[in-house]
Design a protein around this ligand. Structure first.
Ligand SMILES: Nc1nc2c(ncn2[C@@H]2O[C@H](COP(=O)(O)OP(=O)(O)OP(=O)(O)O)[C@@H](O)[C@H]2O)c(=O)[nH]1
Length: 434
């Protein structure tokens, strides 16, 4: 928000910007209404109570009766205004009913001079107090206050001159005193009005600044999230990279140790990928890698973790999956990869993959041993002719020796690997070189 928009009028102390001024009035409306209602009650009470002084000074004369009637009229108008403000707090900034009531009250104060001519010494302080009270305690617009106070001051001095037969020098000194009171009241009211608005403008600035700050924080968080995502994502395939894979797979390992459920790892390596790259270009290789990643994702469950370890090698962590189930999944994936569109399918060339499986054994605290066994199984599969699923040889050997599932500290038995068959040769023609 600019300083120009916050500019104030020199005498009224209001915002030059109409929208800003309306916003300010809206913000202070309830406080102003409270203050004005109190002022109306005090004024009504004062006008009525001072009637007792009239009775003491005038006795039950026609002048007293007239003055009492006027006092009751002002008090009634004040109470009516109090009630109106209660019903419509917004009217505190409107011309009516506040200004007519103020003018009525000022008129009665002026009329006291002819109606109580013998107490002219009391009228000047009463007028001075009224001027000050109007400036300071009535939340009215300053231009209207100036008009009301000028009316009261000049009317009062004129009444003194016309009806109280006060010497000219006294009237002059009263003019100076009331003029000074007006000036002090006006400057104070103006200062208050300006301070209130400056405070409001600072509040708006602060809110705008906070909003901007919050938007920046949101944007930074979004960027941070994106960066974190990118830092853990393989750019080509959108799969987890090695770092993110280990973060998530380690969590799966901890869960498996707690629950005693099985966790199986699977390494996938595309066969003769170098040849595919050499024959069809790196870009074709890239799109095959992205496609393989997509198909793997499609075939796996939400809880399965899949990462790319670089090159044409993928790794899966399959929670709550024993070797039997993992072999079924791996077979499905192998078949799916073999069915992928290949750049040179016409020539009989096929894309195939070799997969190695190993389960995390009870008591193993890291993934490294199981990963190594899965890798060994994978390379055994490569050596045995590729395009096949191979299971960790140690697991299969252990199965044949010990049929009962071992238990770890955490609880239930880890399911055993399937029978002695280690490698599952793939059906159909292979893409291996002779
Ligand atoms: N298009 C593409 N190729 C890659 C990428 N990363 C690694 N490669 C290639 O993948 C090939 C891997 O070759 P090798 O490790 O020899 O394995 P292979 O040819 O698949 O042979 P086997 O694994 O024994 O069946 C290399 O030619 C790498 O250049 C990649 O992001 N995009």
């Amino acid at each position: 928000m600019t300083a120009t928009r916050h500019a104030l009028t020199p005498w009224g102390g209001e915002f030059r910007d109409a929208g800003l001024e309306a916003g300010f009035r809206d913000a202070i409306r309830d406080d102003a209404a409270d203050l004005l209602r109190t002022a109306m009650l005090v004024a009504a009470a004062l006008f009525v109570l001072l009637g007792i002084a009239d009775l003491a000074l005038l006795g039950a004369t026609p002048s007293f009766m007239m003055l009492l009637g006027l006092r009751l009229l002002v008090a009634a108008a004040c109470l009516l205004t109090w009630w109106t403000i209660r019903r419509r707090p917004g009217c505190v900034f409107a011309f009516s009913p506040l200004n007519p009531v103020i003018w009525l009250g000022c008129t009665v104060i002026i009329l006291m001079v002819p109606l109580r001519p013998d107490t002219s010494g009391l009228h000047a302080p009463a007028a001075a107090v009224t001027v000050m009270a109007l400036y300071l305690f009535v939340p009215n617009r300053i231009p209207w206050m100036i008009a009301a106070n000028l009316y009261l001051t000049l009317g009062f001095l004129a009444a003194l001159a016309l009806w109280a037969r006060v010497p000219g020098s006294v009237i002059l000194s009263q003019l100076v005193i009331l003029g000074f009171v007006n000036l002090v009241g006006l400057l104070t009211a103006r200062r208050l009005a300006r301070l209130q608005r400056q405070q409001y403008a600072s509040l708006l600035d602060e809110r705008a600044f906070n909003r901007q700050l919050q938007a920046e924080i949101r944007e930074r968080r979004r960027l941070e999230q994106r960066l974190r995502h990118l830092a853990g994502t393989d750019e080509l395939t959108g799969l987890d990279n090695r770092r993110r894979f280990f973060e998530r797979a380690d969590r799966a390992l901890r869960r498996s140790r707690r629950s005693g459920g099985p966790l199986t790892l699977c390494m996938i390596d595309l066969d003769h990928f170098k040849r595919l790259n050499d024959r069809h270009g790196h870009d074709a290789g890239d799109s095959i890698l992205a496609l393989v990643a997509q198909r793997c994702r499609d075939h796996l469950r939400e809880i399965d973790i899949i990462g790319r370890f670089g090159g044409e090698e993928f790794v899966l962590a399959l929670p709550d999956t024993d070797l039997d189930q993992a072999r079924e999944i791996a077979e499905r994936l192998r078949g799916c990869i073999a069915g992928l569109p290949h750049p040179a399918r016409r020539d009989g060339e096929r894309l195939t993959a070799t997969l190695g499986l190993a389960r995390v054994r009870p008591g193993e605290e890291t993934l490294a041993p199981a990963l190594k066994r899965a890798d060994t199984a994978l390379y055994r599969g490569k050596a045995d002719g590729r395009n096949r699923v191979t299971i960790d040889a140690e697991a299969t050997a252990a199965d044949s020796e010990a049929p009962a599932a071992p238990r770890d500290d955490a609880g239930p038995a880890i399911p055993q690997a399937p029978g002695p068959a280690e490698a599952l040769p793939a059906g159909g023609p292979l893409g291996d070189p002779p």
